[in-house]
Design a protein around this ligand. Structure first.
Ligand code: BES
Ligand code: ZN
Ligand code: ZN
Length: 474
């Protein structure tokens, strides 16, 4: 983590001077000139004139004052996370930065801004054996001069959780098997999170019929993890139940994906990574809430023992499912997890998050995740939470017609609707058959949002959003 401090100007070697502005004319501010020095301001104003820099968000002025690099950046007042990210990119090659504000920035804004900076300070390079010291980002200390100190415990909890989700997502499936995932998550008990593990035998006893069918083609056996955070021990009920899709790898199985379609399918467990990370954040921050999460970790692989197209499976709920396509496996594993969490914990509010359909990626191109659910209030709260964390959700309809499309002629339902027709909504219709009418439920389809399109690095999309939603319940 970067070292964020709130101190007087450090003026050490290799320190950049940075001014955050809301508009260029702020450079005229006398108090600012007093703080950073008249010469610096004059030099920056000259650059603005010479380069005809526009008075718009993300514009940047840069000059040297002696050896000292000086930057003035117009920060986005609406997108603090993005503004923080952008600033990190500009500063990553300096060791230290003294940051001054000429704009009115609330502590709430600064919390988000700092989280944005820290989230940008991430790289997944542990397997790069040839990386030289000079190839690493240099930024270490970021000093905010004359800022009111925001809630750094909260910042630390959130950035830690986002990093955790990304690390899990980036780890390839040969290194993070269902067992390795479980072993990693088990360590969270150091934070007083109660972690319980169901192995394949226990899953059989509990009738995870659909999840086990998905997993049966892989030589890596499946696991289920149940995480509980009791931040409000006086209360008996859970404030929220969370379920995440844990596709350790999704090859498509016998309905095999193309080589290209398989790219980034190591990240098909991003939903599971998100929910364990959200529980981690809650525990780090000691949120006074009771939370429970269930993740089933399965690998969808072809083999002689794999489940097949035309198979008819029996779910934990007792409902039967005809397999039309073995690549529609996420909803199978989720269905049992949803049933299990409701049966065992009687959660009144339930949120699942999953890289569920290519259709969602095709529609939103990674700029939005789809949200569907049976409770408008819950859906709207999540959309609002996401707009505050700059993780956009867009609601799709739960039309009863979609539910009819998954009726089967030989079982209670089939695992896909009509090819090429409303794939995200039919997947949600499938899940809804495993949600009790009395449970308030929302489903987030984050396909396309879980990894950066260019670099394929995990984004941790959803962690901040869910954390924000939960924090508002406190
Ligand atoms: N894991 C995929 C969905 C996915 C696609 C996530 C692209 C992230 C990026 C899911 O299991 C899947 O394969 N879905 C199929 C369903 C189809 C067979 C009905 C799909 O979307 O093609
Ligand atoms: Zn699939
Ligand atoms: Zn999948």
């Amino acid at each position: 983590m970067l070292d964020f401090i709130f101190d007087k100007p450090q003026k050490r070697e290799h320190t950049a001077v940075v001014i955050l502005l809301d508009k260029l004319s702020r450079l005229e501010d006398e108090r600012l000139a007093k703080k950073v020095g008249k010469n610096v301001i004059e030099a920056l104003k000259n650059v603005a004139e010479a380069e005809e820099v526009k008075d718009s968000v993300d514009s940047v002025l840069k000059c040297y004052h002696g050896q000292v690099p000086c930057l003035a950046v117009i920060v986005n007042d609406k997108l603090p996370f993005k503004a923080g990210q952008h600033l990190y990119q500009r500063l990553k090659n300096y060791m230290n930065a003294d940051i001054y504000a000429a704009a009115q920035l609330s502590t709430e804004y600064m919390e988000k801004f700092i989280i944005g900076m820290e989230n940008a300070n991430y790289s997944f390079d542990k397997y790069m054996t040839k990386k030289k010291p000079e190839d690493f980002d240099k930024l270490e200390t970021v000093n905010f001069v004359d800022f009111k100190k925001p809630n750094m415990a909260k910042v630390g909890a959130i950035t830690n959780a986002v990093r955790y989700a990304r690390d899990l997502g980036n780890e390839p499936a040969n290194r993070l098997t269902p067992y390795e995932f479980i072993k990693d998550v088990e360590r969270l008990n150091y934070l007083d999170i109660d972690v319980e593990v169901l192995d394949e035998k226990a899953m059989k006893q509990e009738n995870f019929g659909l999840a086990l069918a998905v997993a049966q083609g892989s030589c890596n056996p499946p696991y289920t993890a149940v995480l509980q955070w009791h931040g409000n021990p006086k209360k008996k009920e859970f404030d929220c139940g969370l379920v995440g899709k844990g596709g350790i790898y999704d090859s498509g199985e016998l309905s095999l994906k193309t080589a290209n379609g398989m790219r980034s399918m190591k990240q098909d467990m991003s939903g599971a990574a998100d929910v364990v990370s959200v529980i981690k954040a809650a525990a780090l921050q000691k949120l006074p809430l009771n939370l429970v999460a269930v993740v089933t970790l399965v690998e969808n692989m072809p083999s002689g023992g794999a489940y097949k197209v035309d198979d008819i499976l029996t779910s934990m709920s007792g409902q039967t499912v005809e397999v039309i396509n073995t690549d529609a496996e996420g909803r199978l594993a989720l269905a049992d997890a949803l049933w299990y969490i409701q049966k065992r914990f009687k959660v009144k509010t339930l949120i699942d998050i999953a890289t569920l359909t290519g259709a969602s990626q095709a529609v939103f191109g990674g700029l939005y995740a789809a949200i569907l659910g049976n409770d408008e209030k819950l859906v709207h709260r999540l959309i609002a939470a996401g707009s505050e964390t700059e993780e956009n959700l867009w609601q799709l309809p739960m039309n009863p017609e979609y539910d009819k499309w998954i009726n089967s002629s030989v079982a209670d339902m089939q695992n896909i609707g009509k090819r090429g027709f409303a794939g995200t909504a039919t997947a949600a219709a499938f899940l809804q058959r495993f949600v009790h009418k009395s449970t308030k439920w929302a489903h987030l389809d984050i396909a396309g949002c879980e990894c950066d399109e260019k670099t394929k690095v995990s984004t941790g999309f959803g962690v901040m959003l869910l954390h924000n939603y939960l924090e508002k319940l406190c």
